[in-house]
Design a protein around this ligand. Sequence first.
Ligand code: GLY
Length: 260
Amino acid sequence: MTEHSYEFTRAVTRKPSASIVDGLRAADIGTPDLDQMLKDHAHYVAILRETGAKVVELPALEAYPDAVFVEDTALCLPEGAVMMRPGAPSRAGEVDGMAPVLRDIYDDVLEISGPGFIEGGDILTTSKEILVGRSARTDAAGVAELQSLVDQWGYSVREVFTPEGVLHFKTDCSLLDAETILSTKRLDASGCFEGYNVIHTSDGEEAAANAIRFNQFVIMPAGFPKTSERLCAAGYDVREVNNTECAKLDGGMSCLSLRF
Ligand code: GLY
């Protein structure tokens, strides 16, 4: 296992495309504005780069409206990458767009071949294990195949459950450091974080849970002042990025990059 699963030298992102207006969403709360999303995306990439990490920015993929959410296509570990098998049929082709990029970087790129499904947004890698939340996009067979693949690298996979109606496991939680998780109360109530320190999002600020620890920064969506204050008080160096447009597609900070 990696000692510090929040220290990264590289990230891969993909620019949002004009087809983002057709992205998947649980509820229609408005059409995403591409210009605003491009600005927010550039801000996000700039913060990743500020840490000294090298960021590969891939071009927009018009054929895949959700392709900006690259995290769902792969699990990147120090030893190699595992290409996912998205549970959303419209997103399956995104994996083919990402595989050659990761093959250029890694010697070992494995694949979830099915019949199960698994998306990266359901995977939280901590310093001691890989937590995978079953969801509408990730099933038991997908979790089992991931376990069988990463076993060779010494990882232990633990199956947990994403709350009903929540898109991905990491919609509701983030890793803050080796021992600490930021979580909504509803997810923490499942008991899945026993043995970790947990900081809860403030009531009414559940959407703040999808943050990322990326080297020295915790990058979180803007507009959640109580949770932000809580994280600052706990000693984290918080950076906020406007997420209004990605939020219309149930996307957030973790969805926008692959980090390794
Ligand atoms: N819009 C992101 C997703 O549903 O996968």
